[in-house]
Design a protein around this ligand. Sequence first.
Ligand code: NCD
Ligand code: ZN
Length: 344
Amino acid sequence: MQSIEIIYPDDWHCHLRDGAALSTTVPDIATQFRRAIVMPNLVPAVTTVEMASDYCQRIMEEVPSHNPFTPLMVLYLTDETPVQTIQAAKKSGIIFGCKLYPAGVTTHSHAGVTSLEKCHAVFEAMAELGLPLLIHGEVNDPAVDIFDRERVFIESHLLHLVERYPTLKIVLEHITTQDAVEFVTQAPANVAATITPHHLLLNRNDMLVGGIKPHHFCLPILKRKLHQQALLQAATSGNPKFFLGTDSAPHAQSKKEAACGCAGIYSAYSAIELYATAFEQANALDKLENFASRFGPAFYGLPINTDKITLTKSTWVMPNDLPFGEEKLIPFLAGETLTWKAIR
Ligand code: NCD
Ligand code: ZN
């Protein structure tokens, strides 16, 4: 196939950061997508409707003129989030989900939830209001191997959560294992998952063999190849429970190339081209439109976009770096040749 037209896609999980970073991340995401679910793990975390509204405004200031991009804001749940905040979030019209970070699992998650029990009333309110719960599905238990943290979260927390709140919409974010694919496939229709481009294109060998690659380090961490294959199979299966979420997560070059490097891969510069590459490898380009443009809005109960983009077979080289405030940002696959280009 040399060219494929698809409905303009959306990103159901990304990190835009704040301040000077927004002048890089917002134009990139707004070029790639019509809408994006914006993660709230700022410092301080976006825990109130007012904070989400202010953050939304700062994002909108960086959207290029005549670009119809809409950020879909998310609240960060803590042990103390009051039910009234959930009701206010639903009423706000700008908030489309609440994020559950088990405390300590990833970047800026220290203010997250220490025990799911503390959120009981909040989960009940969300179920009643139809506000989706977006979950970083890993345990933060030093006794659990980093490669097992997603599976253990599913077994020890998620199974129970899904049973206890049968009408709560749940998105298991950025899934990385065959275990997650099986869990989501078998779960009821109110449980879905997002899949990143890097987990489709890479496995842990790409991060660790021949020298450690800090720009391939993200959380949940890349797993072995059999998991990568299970994710590819899920993304290209046509099952509406699996849809696009880049987890594009920029960190300055100096924070990545460090003795203790930050987790996160910046894919917003070229997200749809990266997905096209993965889908082509699986011989499933015809499944890309549903994954990228239909299944996400269907799950969130939103309309699909009305305009289209064309992906064509054409080679180009990913920039070596991008501006990032005073620093530099290394995009995913920096300096490498890509074979798909989007025309908008
Ligand atoms: C994300 C970040 O940097 O905010 N990092 C990552 O590796 N994906 C946080 C997250 O989604 O876990
Ligand atoms: Zn993320």
